[in-house]
Design a protein around this ligand. Structure first.
Ligand code: ATP
Ligand code: MG
Ligand code: MG
Length: 357
């Protein structure tokens, strides 16, 4: 029976493995940061996927990335670099924040006249959780950092109403299936909270699905993809794409018959995928740089996922999913959770409570 190999063994790889287990699919998530460089027992019929867009080249990563069954092989490099990713969105006429490439010829005043008073530099590769960003705000007499030339793009700062994302799958036969839109709340560029589709987003669902279908079809992509968007009125601007399971889809572990992790496994192994059934609205609280606290387990509708990583400031070390069948119970849980988490969680949890109400 073919095995599914995952480039990377972080929390996403671990949750793919966990989701595959009940389907009797064996998943092997491979450490490519500290590779063993030993021969992996990969069979010609095995399937390879990745939990990240980029990886260091090593004997280990090559065994996986050069395997003929590495699904989406050429798409990772394209989406890992913001320059080809944004170029693709323009080519497909998909709305995105206006942008340009930063080269030796680029200067600050040129960027401001092209993109406006607030310009966000984003490193082309390697950025995550808002790392690799640099704001140029016209009143601060901004400078492009020297070492950012030829390494970044510049984007117009978007005064968005809110951030939403769409997680969906494209199967090998071209069929696309989607979860409802997720509403996301960030703090300093890092995702803090998500909640699945509040009713006010319903009218944007088909528009979002059309956008992500266009992208996945153009790439001939197979598997789960996430599309992060800014909502500006009734418009959606694509912020960025992730060719993998995504943090804003973690709530599907609580709210859906098939989680995003199981969905990706099914797509990789060419198993049946029915219409996606959402059982209840669900929310997710990211655990960032906080120590494990047994008290979280006292909350009746909370489902803890702890990643067993060393706790460091700003690092994602786990998440808590909460299903929202019962509003009062959920708000009660969130109010208790507030007392268990540090100060900077108070405002984001209040945001979540407001969304549930
Ligand atoms: P991720 O962890 O999602 O991969 P990242 O480091 O790749 O994050 P982005 O998702 O591009 O970075 O940006 C992080 C956050 O910064 C966004 O969710 C949004 O809150 C803010 N942001 C990004 N681009 C813009 C923009 N053009 N205008 C205003 N805010 C922005
Ligand atoms: Mg990103
Ligand atoms: Mg992002």
């Amino acid at each position: 029976k073919p095995k599914l190999w995952v480039l990377g063994n972080g929390q996403l790889g671990a949750m793919l493995k966990q989701a595959a287990n009940p389907l009797a699919v064996d998943v092997e998530a491979v450490d490519i940061v500290n590779p063993s460089n030993e021969q992996l027992p990969i069979k010609p019929t095995d399937i390879i996927t990745a939990e990240r867009e980029m990886w260091p080249i090593s004997e280990t990563s090559k065994q996986l990335s050069e395997h003929p069954n590495f699904i989406n092989r050429d798409i990772f490099a394209l989406l890992a670099d913001r320059y080809p990713q944004k170029s693709m969105l323009d080519r497909l006429n998909i709305a995105t924040a206006p942008w340009q490439l930063v080269t030796d010829e680029t200067n600050e005043s040129g960027l401001h006249s092209a993109l406006g008073d607030n310009v966000l530099l984003k490193r082309r590769t390697g950025g995550y959780d808002g790392k690799g960003q640099h704001w140029l705000r016209i009143n601060d007499n901004p400078q492009i950092p020297d070492e950012w030339n030829n390494e970044c793009i510049a984007e117009q700062g978007i005064p968005f109403d809110e951030e939403v994302s769409l997680v969906g799958v494209r199967l090998k036969n071209g069929r696309c299936v989607f979860y409802p839109l997720t509403l996301n709340h960030h703090q300093n560029g890092i995702l803090m909270m998500s909640i699945s589709s509040p009713p006010r987003l319903e009218h944007l669902q088909s528009k979002a699905e059309a956008m992500l279908s266009t992208i996945m079809n153009d790439l001939d992509y197979v598997g789960v993809m996430a599309m992060e968007c800014f909502r500006v009125g009734d418009k959606l601007l694509v912020n960025e794409l992730a060719p993998r399971v995504h943090n804003s889809g973690h709530w599907t572990q609580a709210g859906c018959a098939i989680s995003q992790f199981e969905l990706h496994v099914r797509a990789m192994m060419e198993l049946p995928v029915p219409e996606l059934k959402v059982n209840f609205q669900s929310a997710m609280v990211n655990l960032i740089g906080v120590d494990y606290d047994e008290h979280w387990l006292e909350l009746p509708n909370a489902e803890l996922y702890w990643y067993r990583k060393e706790v460091r400031s700003g690092r994602k070390v786990g998440h808590i999913n909460l299903s929202v069948q019962d509003k009062d119970l959920s708000i009660g849980s969130l109010n208790k959770l507030k007392t268990m988490l540090p100060e900077h969680y108070q405002a984001p949890i209040d945001w979540l409570i407001t969304e549930i109400n």
